[in-house]
Write a protein that binds this ligand. Structure first.
Ligand SMILES: *Cc1c(COP(=O)(O)O)cnc(C)c1O
Length: 345
C-alpha cells in the first residue's frame, strides 16, 4: 500500500476541521451548557448530538469486536461511500475500479464527485479475477469497490480473489458487507489489522431492520477513520438515530431471530419460486434476496405491480437480462407473491 499521505487528497490531508462546541468541551461534570446557542427547553432534542457518537461506538465495538477508534458512523453507508470519494479522489484526475454489476451508488457517487468509474465485468457465475481488476487500475486509481454478498446478484465473492486484491493493490479496497449477517462467510472485519488499505462497510438497514433511521458503518484503520472524522459533517448522525441504534443493540437476540426466520423463508420461497412456470433460473444467494431469471421480466414486474406486489426489475442491468430481484419478506408476503405468480400466464 502507498503511504496514506499519497492516497489522500492534499487539501483533505492538510484540512483543519471545524471545531464544534461539543468537540471543545469533553468533560462530564458540567450541568450548565451555555456554549452552543441551543434552546434550554425541549429536552432532549434541544441539544446537539455527540459528534463522535461515543456511547454507540462503545456498544458497536463490543458487538463487532472492533476497537472504537476503527469505527465510523454515517447517514447510511451511502454517506461512507461518498466520504471515500471526497477523502481519496481528486475530481477530474483520480479514478475508482469496481465489479459490474454491483450496487449502483458507487457509480452515482463517482459521477457526483467527478471521478472516473471503471467497470470490470463479472463472469457467468458472477465472480471476478483479481488480475482483471488490478489490470484496470493505474497510478490514479485510489479506490476498488467490492460488494460481498453482491447486490443485485446475491452471491459471495470469492474470498481468495478479494485477498489477492488486498495484497496487491496500492490504494484503498472497499468491501461492502451490507448483507454479511445473512451470509455463511466470515466478515473481513476480522482482518482489519492485516490490511491497513481495507475499508469494510456495514449497515443497520438490512438485518438490523433499521433502514428508516439511516445508520451506516465503516471499519478501517485508526488513521483512515480519523480522516473521515475530519471530512464528515460535524453532527452527521442525529440524536434520534443514535438513541434508537443504542436501543437496537440491546435487542441483538431479536436480530438473530429475524435472520434465522428470513434464512428459513429464503429457502422456502426459493423452492416455491423455482417451481413456477415463469421461472427459468434462480441464482445462488447469501443475502436476504435472490435474483431470478424469468420468462419476461417487464411483463411479470407489471403484472405484480397491478396486484400490489413490488419486486425489483433488473432486466436493464449488465448480465441481468430478464432478471427480477426479490427481497425475502414475511411468510404471508412471500405467500402472496407465490399465489399471484401461480395465476400469471
Ligand atoms: C442496501 C445496501 C447498502 C445500505 O445502504 P444504507 O445507506 O446503509 O441504507 C449498502 N450497500 C449495499 C450493497 C446495499 O445493497
Amino acid at each position: 500500500m502507498k503511504a496514506l499521505k499519497e492516497l489522500i487528497r492534499p487539501n483533505i490531508w492538510s484540512l483543519k476541521p471545524y471545531s464544534s462546541a461539543r468537540d471543545e468541551y469533553k468533560g462530564v461534570t458540567a450541568s450548565v451548557f451555555l456554549d452552543a446557542n441551543e434552546n434550554p427547553y425541549n429536552t432532549p432534542n434541544n441539544r446537539y448530538p455527540d459528534p463522535l457518537q461515543t456511547e454507540l461506538k462503545t456498544l458497536v465495538s463490543r458487538v463487532k469486536n472492533i476497537n472504537s477508534n476503527k469505527i465510523f458512523f454515517g447517514n447510511g453507508s451511502d454517506e461512507a461511500i461518498d466520504i471515500l470519494y471526497r477523502t481519496f479522489c481528486i475530481p477530474g484526475k483520480d479514478n475508482a475500479v469496481a465489479i459490474d454489476p454491483t450496487y449502483g451508488m458507487y457509480e452515482v457517487c463517482a459521477d457526483i464527485n467527478d471521478v472516473e468509474y471503471r467497470k470490470v465485468l463479472l463472469d457467468e457465475n458472477f465472480q471476478f479475477k483479481a488480475s482483471d481488476l488490478l489490470a484496470k487500475a493505474d497510478d490514479n486509481t485510489k479506490l476498488i469497490f467490492l460488494c460481498s454478498p453482491n447486490n443485485p446478484t446475491g452471491n459471495n465473492l470469492c474470498h481468495k480473489e478479494i485477498e489477492t486484491v488486498l495484497d496487491s493493490f496500492q490504494g484503498i479496497v472497499v468491501i461492502d458487507e451490507a448483507y454479511i449477517d445473512f451470509s455463511t462467510e466470515v466478515s473481513f472485519t476480522t482482518m482489519l489489522d492485516k490490511y491497513p488499505n481495507m475499508v469494510v462497510l456495514q449497515t443497520f438497514s438490512k438485518a438490523w431492520g433499521c433502514a428508516g433511521i439511516r445508520l451506516g458503518m465503516a471499519f478501517a484503520s485508526e488513521e483512515i477513520i480519523s480522516v473521515f472524522n475530519k471530512v464528515k459533517y460535524p453532527y452527521n448522525v442525529n440524536h434520534l438515530t443514535q438513541t434508537e441504534a443504542i436501543n437496537m443493540i440491546g435487542k441483538e437476540y431479536q436480530i438473530k431471530e429475524w435472520v434465522k426466520t428470513l434464512l428459513a423463508e429464503r429457502a422456502r420461497l426459493i423452492e416455491k419460486f423455482g417451481e413456477l412456470g415463469c421461472c427459468e433460473h434462480i441464482y445462488p444467494t447469501d443475502a436476504n434476496f435472490f435474483l431470478a431469471k424469468v420468462t419476461d421480466a417487464k411483463k411479470i414486474y407489471d403484472y405484480l405491480v397491478n396486484n400490489g406486489i413490488i419486486v425489483r426489475n433488473r432486466t436493464n442491468v449488465t448480465l441481468c437480462h430478464n432478471c427480477l430481484r426479490v427481497t425475502i419478506g414475511s411468510r404471508p408476503e412471500n405467500d402472496a407473491l407465490i399465489e399471484a405468480l401461480k395465476k400469471y400466464n
